[in-house]
Structure formats: C-alpha cells, structure tokens
Design a binder for this molecule. Sequence first.
Ligand SMILES: N=c1c2ncn([C@@H]3O[C@H](COP(=O)(O)OP(=O)(O)OP(=O)(O)O)[C@@H](O)[C@H]3O)c2ncn1[C@@H]1O[C@H](COP(=O)(O)O)[C@@H](O)[C@H]1O
Length: 105
Amino acid sequence: MADIFATLEDIVGLRRKGNPDASYVARLTAQGRAKIAQKLGEEAVETVIAAIGGNKPAIASEAADLMFHLIVLLADAGLTLDDVRAELARREGVSGLDEKASRGT
Ligand SMILES: N=c1c2ncn([C@@H]3O[C@H](COP(=O)(O)OP(=O)(O)OP(=O)(O)O)[C@@H](O)[C@H]3O)c2ncn1[C@@H]1O[C@H](COP(=O)(O)O)[C@@H](O)[C@H]1O
C-alpha cells in the first residue's frame, strides 16, 4: 500500500492550482500563507485539547487534520515531506538533551 502521506502530498500538489470553488486545498491556498498557517495553528490547538481529553480516536482525527494542513503549508513554502525526512534523518541518533546542552544557553 502506498504511503498515505506521499499520496496526500501528490494530491495537494495537484489541487493547489485547482478551482477554489471545487477544492478545499485550492481555496485555502488562494487565501495565502498566513491563512494556511492560521489553520495549522488551529488544528494544533485542537490536537492539544484532544490529547488532554485522552480520547484516542479524537486525538487521531485531530492529528490527521494537523498533518494534512502541515502538508498544505509545506507545499505553499516550496517544501516537501522529503525535506522534513532529511532534517529528521540528520538528527537521528542525537539525543534531544545532548543537542540542547550543546547550545550552551
Ligand atoms: N485530508 C484532507 C482533509 N482533512 C481535513 N480537511 C478539511 O479541512 C477543513 C478543516 O477545517 P475545520 O475543521 O476548521 O472546519 P471548517 O469549519 O470547514 O473550517 P473553516 O471554515 O474555519 O475554514 C475541513 O473543510 C476539512 O474537510 C481535508 N480536506 C482535504 N483532504 C484531502 O485532500 C484531498 C483534496 O481535497 P480538495 O482540495 O477539497 O479536493 C482530499 O481528497 C483528501 O484526501
């Protein structure tokens, strides 16, 4: 089965320049980067609220909204999930605590 994130990224890439009357991705993209970022922030807050509530299906649903909007934002910024994968790969094996200590702040 194809990775759903890769599939979604392809769909978002196609829909970005679509008809705003027929596509949510096209409509949101047409509203600009700040609006996309605002939606991402809203979905992040909704994910936080669901996490505190502790209902697993609700958390998964909000996380899906969050990931979807993150993909829309990345596409608008000219970035792909491969860019995020590369950054995470770069960090692989480096403890978050060690990295924080190395900042010396
Ligand atoms: N995965 C998603 C997806 N997840 C969430 N959403 C939409 O994201 C929006 C989230 O907004 P809210 O929950 O805040 O609800 P809202 O009241 O509509 O929000 P606002 O009015 O405040 O903008 C809703 O309209 C959801 O339907 C999604 N819309 C599209 N996709 C995927 O993107 C593909 C392309 O979609 P279109 O661009 O619409 O063709 C679809 O086939 C799906 O695979």
